[in-house]
Design a protein around this ligand. Structure first.
Ligand code: CP
Length: 298
């Protein structure tokens, strides 16, 4: 079955193909009945605005329908049903399942019990492959991805969007400049694997040291929900913030991206600058997810 679990499962050729397909769905000349009669199950066991709504939008634009469970509390998981049983059951209703889950590895596990494709919409601090595809799609609208300098700022320990994107960028010869508060650096195993893949990963203490050299600045939120207690969150909360002042002497083509939601990491004064591309990025979730849904169900 055609599951989409981790960006690590894909070659550059696979990714380029999906980005090309997304471009075709962006033209609005696609077949609006392509997924008629198809049903998508959205199982979101963690909050979401963009991922959930853009998958639903993508499905509707292709003529398909969606069914959903919006929380653990609203499902029979509160009665003790396992994820495995939930997936077995939902496989009998829908043609594909989009799963967001707080536990890393949940989507992979679900794929072992599903008889229809499972798309990982975020598994704890693990992976968020459809987000990465829309991140790459957004970058590619402005510049070739090959060899670019990408600053990754924020919670690189728990941030699954950063993990997924870093793996994908390693296929394009990009260099990553990491800037993370103490304790929120990229996990050692990820850093090791990126370097094994030949990627240059350079650590910096302050974003202002490197911002002038960047092609892309990828900002992430501190993933408060993953912290063991609130004291350790408050130790690092508000430790970085992108302001217009910081962007005074950057390359003209710099793109500031953020998977969103933001929680104070980007000053709203940045929104009107040409570098601010994060709302366009979230819009790109629709054509990218149309391409994914079409690929797994058609
Ligand atoms: N970027 C992203 O995954 O946003 P949501 O949590 O709102 O889906």
């Amino acid at each position: 079955t055609n599951h989409i679990i981790s960006i690590r499962d894909y070659t550059r050729r696979d990714i380029d193909y999906l980005l090309e397909r997304a471009g075709e769905f962006d033209t609005r000349t696609y077949d609006r009945h392509a997924l008629e009669e198809k049903l998508l199950a959205l199982l979101f066991f963690e909050p979401s605005t963009r991922t959930r709504m853009s998958f639903e939008t993508a499905m509707a634009r292709l003529g398909g329908k969606s069914i959903s469970v919006d929380s653990v509390e609203a499902s029979s998981i509160v009665k003790g049903e396992t994820l495995a049983d939930t997936i077995r059951v939902v496989s009998g209703y829908a043609d594909a399942i989009v799963l967001r889950h707080p536990k890393e590895g949940a989507a992979r596990l679900a794929s072992e019990f599903a008889t229809v494709p499972v798309i990982n919409a975020g598994d704890g601090a693990g992976q968020h492959p459809s987000q990465t595809l829309l991140d790459l799609y957004t970058i590619r609208q402005s510049m070739p991805i090959d060899g670019i300098n990408v600053g990754m700022l924020g919670d690189l320990r728990y941030g699954r969007t950063a993990h997924s994107l870093a793996y994908a960028l390693s296929l394009y010869g990009a260099t990553i400049h990491t800037i993370a508060p103490g304790g929120l650096e990229l996990p050692a195993n990820i850093l090791h694997e990126l370097r094994e893949r030949g990627m240059e990963v350079i650590q910096h203490d302050d974003v202002s040291d490197i911002v002038a050299e960047l092609d892309v600045l990828y900002v992430t939120r501190i993933q408060r929900e993953r912290f063991p207690d609130s004291a350790s969150y408050y130790n690092v909360a508000s430790s970085y913030r992108i302001t217009p002042d910081l962007l005074e002497d950057v390359q003209e083509h710099l793109m500031v991206l953020h998977p969103l939601p933001r929680a104070g990491e980007i000053d709203s004064g940045v929104d009107g600058l040409p570098y601010a591309r994060y709302f366009e990025q979230s819009r790109n979730g629709v054509p990218v997810r149309m391409a994914l849904l079409h690929e797994v169900m058609k």
